[in-house]
Design a protein around this ligand. Structure first.
Ligand code: GLU
Length: 481
């Protein structure tokens, strides 16, 4: 049988990394088996809908590269793919169950339901309407009394199912309520629509968060009632976050960004987020951790999904990001870094490839770039104490003379290139019988106004250009005098 998975988000807000992981695993399980990945929008709970949330879903799948084979925007043989457009499909299924004696109409009023709620003996609905006589039912129908349709849950025994990740799970049927399938307005409940859709769309694997594990027996009793084959269930482990004290709890905003779009805004690459969340609950066979999406399609297998909670580690995500950035070609890096370069330089011309040469191996997040390079645009105000550096053997006594000579020599340099600047500074160090660092340090401090810079003195001077370099070196000399 052809594998068919579905990602069935309810458009109730932003795309949490947990939702994206579900989508990714659905996608990978389908692609790994040459199957189809279906997108279905579950908008049955109209009150919970959030405007714009559907666009977020489309955009996220697109940016993440999780291309669906069927869905509201591209159609397919099992449409419509939005629950609200399927609304007429559900009632006949519920009526079929009534006919077969597996469901019943419940005419209980809200007031009655509320009063039994308070009566702890039932812990829910007391099945008052389950055994109404046909006469009573006909009378209530004739009077136009509103009703819901409930499933007759078995009163005895237990329901067992095997989840591909969590293993065998059994619940006592006595714990299950006679669940509502159709509400008094004729619309299905969320659970009912979900089962009807999965079956009528030919879904073979239901992949979702483990918060749905406890509802699954209810879903299965519906499959049983219809005599339908139960899909393979793949419930995914929780995603946790760790706070500063090392306490672990369900991943939330206080741990860091939890939305896909927010992580992108923070400077993480889409392919990094995908690679990282693939590992949140799934363990590859070997030691390799870096996987492109197409590699994941080949490697991924349900057997290696773990049921233990996964911890979202932002440090690890940064490590992945840095690795991906370093592995890029200079051209690629320059292209994705361009908006960040532009944000610093504005209309001032700059050479992106020179910036890339000093930044690519040092960048963890693209959003760190502006702070790393803003000294190129404007020399920060700095203290002359920065010229003092033990390792480079520079201090306030030797720095003025060294910087003065450096300035004079650079002034005379006609070919302004990395090679020429480097040669000049190294030759000068040899001539003065100093360590290279003793010559480079004052030049770098005067050129950048800071002790930590991407790139050394040579690269910085080259990027600044001759005029700007000299202007800054004179400022340094002034400070030191
Ligand atoms: N619509 C549900 C959600 O967004 C998905 C439930 C399922 O996958 O069965 O959480």
């Amino acid at each position: 049988m052809k594998v068919r998975t579905r990602y069935a988000p309810s458009p109730t807000g932003f795309m949490h990394v947990g939702n994206l992981r579900t989508a990714l695993y659905e996608y990978l399980i389908a692609k790994n088996q040459g199957g189809s990945f279906v997108l279905r929008i579950e908008d049955t709970d109209q009150e919970r809908l959030v405007e714009g949330a559907v666009d977020v879903i489309y955009n996220t799948l697109k940016v993440a590269g999780l291309k669906h084979d069927e869905g509201p925007d591209i159609g397919g043989d099992f449409g419509p793919y939005v629950q609200s457009e399927r609304k007429d499909m559900y009632l006949p299924f519920a009526e079929q169950l009534i006919k077969e004696g597996k469901a019943y109409r419940c005419f209980c009023t809200k007031e009655r339901l509320e009063s039994i709620q308070q009566d702890s003996e039932f812990g829910g609905y007391d099945r008052h309407c389950r055994d109404l006589s046909q006469e009573e039912i006909d009378k209530l129908l004739a009077e136009g009394v509103p009703y819901v349709i409930r499933q007759k849950m078995p009163l005895e025994g237990s329901t067992t199912f095997v989840d591909a990740v969590f293993g065998e799970i059994t619940v006592e049927n006595s714990e299950l309520q006679d669940q509502i399938l159709i509400k008094s307005d004729g619309f299905p409940t969320y659970n009912f629509a979900n089962v009807i859709d999965d079956h009528t769309m030919g879904i073979t694997h239901v992949v979702r968060g483990c918060e749905y594990l406890s509802s699954t027996p209810k879903y299965n009793l519906l499959y049983d009632a219809f005599g339908w084959e139960i899909p393979t269930y793949v419930h995914l482990p929780l995603i946790m976050g760790k706070d500063a004290e090392g306490n672990v709890s369900k991943l939330s905003k206080r741990h860091g960004s939890t939305g896909f779009e927010d992580l992108i805004k923070e400077g993480y690459l889409p392919q990094v987020i995908i690679n990282y969340i693939a590992l949140l609950g799934w363990c590859p066979k070997g030691n390799e951790e870096i996987f492109s999406l197409s590699e994941l399609e080949k490697e991924f297998c349900v057997e290696n999904i773990s049921k233990s909670p996964a911890v979202f580690d932002y440090q690890k995500l940064q490590w992945f990001n840095a690795e991906y950035l370093r592995a890029m070609s200079d051209e690629e890096f320059t292209e994705i870094a361009k908006p960040y370069y532009d944000s610093v330089f504005g209309d001032t011309p700059y050479d992106g490839s020179k910036l890339t040469a000093i930044l690519k191996a040092r960048t963890t997040k693209l959003t760190d770039i502006p702070d790393m390079i803003k000294f190129f645009k404007e020399l920060p105000d700095y203290d002359k104490e920065l010229f003092v550096n033990k390792k480079s053997k520079t201090n306030l006594e030797n720095s003025p003379a060294i910087l003065k000579t450096v300035t004079e020599r650079l002034e005379a340099l006609s070919d302004w290139s990395c090679d020429a600047i480097k040669e000049l500074l190294i030759n000068l160090a040899t001539e003065l019988e100093l360590k290279n660092g003793t010559v480079m340090w004052p030049a770098r401090i005067a050129a950048s106004g800071q002790t930590v810079t991407p790139g050394g003195a040579v690269e910085i001077l080259d990027i600044l250009g001759k005029d700007e370099t000299l202007r800054r070196l004179y400022i340094g000399l002034e400070k030191l005098s």
